[in-house]
Ligand binder design. Structure first.
Ligand SMILES: Nc1ncnc2c1ncn2[C@@H]1O[C@H](COP(=O)(O)OP(=O)(O)OP(=O)(O)O)[C@@H](O)[C@H]1O
Ligand SMILES: [Mg+2]
Length: 271
């Protein structure tokens, strides 16, 4: 199991060397400005970033620096004002079935039970819910939620709801998983449990993950690479390679290397 995670999820081979993989998401000189009345505000300024296939990358930066805007550009939800975005070498203009999304709030439909919520993307894309039901049950099992398939969202804790949202994002086997502060609303203990669950399921999926957070420890624990953005306009300030072994375990949070990466990132963010 450990070997599988290492090979499919991580970008480091067992001997610690970074593997070279094709670029999945390619931000080329991306700038974005918004107009409000007569004013134009530049939110992102010439962001260059290549995310290799299967890598887990976190974007870290203070509120308003353009993290969500960058993710929305990557997902084809909005266009950049300048620059190019390519996925698998091709431009995109709208979200595709290849993409899974998890947001800060789980956004579950309260009148549908857990299993029905999981199958929502299948229905939206006009596929057979019947066909995907076994997969939905398998994902629930993986997320430790098998007993909740007939429950309604109101019967679940916040952490459980967010697990359903993650399972729903994975139902169509996405090759890219976009997550915008998915654990921001959870307490610290639930959050740490969610980190373990997320890494387990992500390593099995082989998906490329773009994760947004304000939390340095969360970024270090989860990622292969952390990209620190400057405050507005957002630019890539520094990229940190996270050379901690996978699979990650909670004890890693006390490693000297973990602590020193957190310190360096904190320093970079406050500079
Ligand atoms: N559609 C829009 N029209 C005008 N301004 C926008 C629009 N979308 C975002 N902005 C502005 O762009 C800036 C960056 O927003 P964004 O949501 O990307 O920041 P963020 O880094 O995700 O912040 P947070 O950490 O608080 O979520 C903000 O000042 C926001 O008000
Ligand atoms: Mg945001």
């Amino acid at each position: 199991m450990a070997v599988v995670s290492e090979l499919r999820g991580g970008v480091f081979s067992p001997d610690g060397q970074r593997q070279s993989r094709p670029t999945k998401i390619d931000f080329q000189e991306i700038s974005k400005s918004f107009r409000s009345g007569l004013n134009r505000t530049t939110v992102l300024d010439r962001v260059n970033l290549k995310i290799p296939e299967g890598e887990f990358v976190s974007l870290l930066g203070e509120s308003g620096c353009g993290k969500t805007t960058l993710l929305r550009i990557a997902a084809g939800l909005i266009s950049p004002s300048r620059g190019k975005l390519a996925i698998d070498g091709k431009p995109i203009s709208k979200p595709t079935r290849e993409m899974g999304f998890v947001f800060q709030q789980p956004v579950l439909l309260e009148w549908r039970n857990v299993l029905e919520n999981l199958l929502l993307p299948i229905e939206i894309f006009g596929l057979s819910a019947e066909e995907y039901r076994p997969k939905a049950r398998e994902l629930l099992q993986l997320m430790g939620l098998a007993h909740t398939e007939n429950h309604y969202p109101v019967q679940l804790s916040g952490g459980m709801q967010q697990r359903v949202a993650i399972a729903r994002a994975l139902i169509m086997n996405p090759s890219i998983l976009f997550m915008d502060e998915p654990f921001g609303a959870l307490d610290a203990i639930t959050r740490e449990q969610m980190h373990t669950e997320l890494l387990r399921i992500w390593s099995m999926s082989g998906a490329t993950a773009l994760f947004i957070t304000h939390d340095i420890g969360e970024a270090v624990y989860l990622s292969d690479r952390v990209v620190v953005l400057s405050s507005r306009p957002g630019r890539v300030k520094k990229t940190f390679d996270i050379d901690l072994p996978r699979p990650r375990v909670p004890e890693h949070r006390f490693d000297d290397r973990f602590v020193s990466l957190c310190k360096d990132m904190k320093h970079c963010m406050t500079q």
